[in-house]
Design a protein around this ligand. Structure first.
Ligand SMILES: *Cc1c(COP(=O)(O)O)cnc(C)c1O
Length: 266
């Protein structure tokens, strides 16, 4: 097979898998009698920029990454594709400035100090743009990531949190405790250049996704009561897309069912 033929095979494969995922979304929207259509965000982590380019050619506009270095490189390589980049991984404060150079949205805001860092980085970015005669960047869409693990002692997936790390998500799934959401939301609202978009979660291991996303929908409802525009619900991965659509997800983050199995995490 020549390199060109291999490229064509890959494009056809991605096209077919993307079609299947879009069909699943359509089917689950219909099954849950929703009238709105959730947005598909394709998670491209670990896959090359060439795959991102193929996706853009297939009409994908929203793509996501979970590591700043990889995201920055891919966004630069595909700058001509006019994609919207979503950052979905754990974010350190010292990466805030870098993320603002390419990201339209951050889905993984889990603490007030990160909001403060993003606000400062936004000021610095706008100042630098104006210094270079470049137009201002659009406001950053902010989703508060919620940890949906059951409080220990109420069953859940057994075992229970031991040691001094109560309240943190297991295995790096991350997110703020539900009680912390309103404080983080308030800080986002107070910060110039940041827009409160809604909530995000990853279904905890061992919890039925319907149950997890039901909880998330409840937390979203409380947020929307205080901030009516913050209606976003970023939920649903390859394995639990249908449950997320059923629970009202507005943004689905799908990786492996579009691009294939990722190499094992390092
Ligand atoms: C990798 C990732 C996804 C996509 O997961 P798949 O199971 O490959 O669909 C979604 N959300 C986050 C936060 C991720 O890190």
């Amino acid at each position: 097979m020549t390199e060109n033929e291999a490229d064509t095979v890959r494009a056809e494969q991605i096209g077919r898998r993307l079609g299947e995922v879009r069909q699943r979304i359509t089917d689950s929207v219909r099954a849950s009698r929703r009238e709105d259509q959730p947005e598909l965000i394709v998670v491209t982590k670990y896959f090359p920029a060439d795959d991102v380019r193929i996706l853009a050619g297939l009409g994908v506009v929203d793509v996501a990454e979970n590591r700043d270095q990889e995201a920055a490189a891919k966004a630069a390589e595909t700058a001509d594709c006019h994609l919207r980049w979503h950052f979905v991984g754990q974010l350190q404060r010292n990466k805030a400035r870098s993320v603002l150079r390419y990201a339209s949205a951050v889905h993984s805001i889990d603490r007030v100090s990160l909001v403060t860092a993003l606000g400062k980085a936004m000021d610095a970015e706008q100042e630098s743009r104006s210094g270079h005669g470049i137009g201002t960047r659009p406001d950053l869409l902010c989703y508060i990531q919620v940890n949906l693990d059951e409080p220990s002692g109420r069953g859940g997936d057994g075992g229970g949190a031991e040691g001094g790390d109560a309240g943190r998500g297991k295995a790096g799934r991350g997110g703020a405790d539900p009680q912390a959401v309103s404080g983080i939301a308030q800080r986002i609202m107070e910060t110039d250049g940041l827009i409160l978009a809604g909530v995000m979660a990853v279904a905890p291991r061992g919890m039925q996704p319907e149950r997890a996303f039901g909880r998330l929908a409840g937390i979203s409802g409380e947020l929307v009561r205080d901030y009516p525009a913050a209606t976003g619900i970023s939920a649903g991965m390859s394995a639990d897309l249908e449950a997320a659509v059923g629970a009202g997800a507005t943004h689905l983050r799908i990786g492996s069912d579009v691009l294939g199995v990722r190499p094992a995490l390092g």
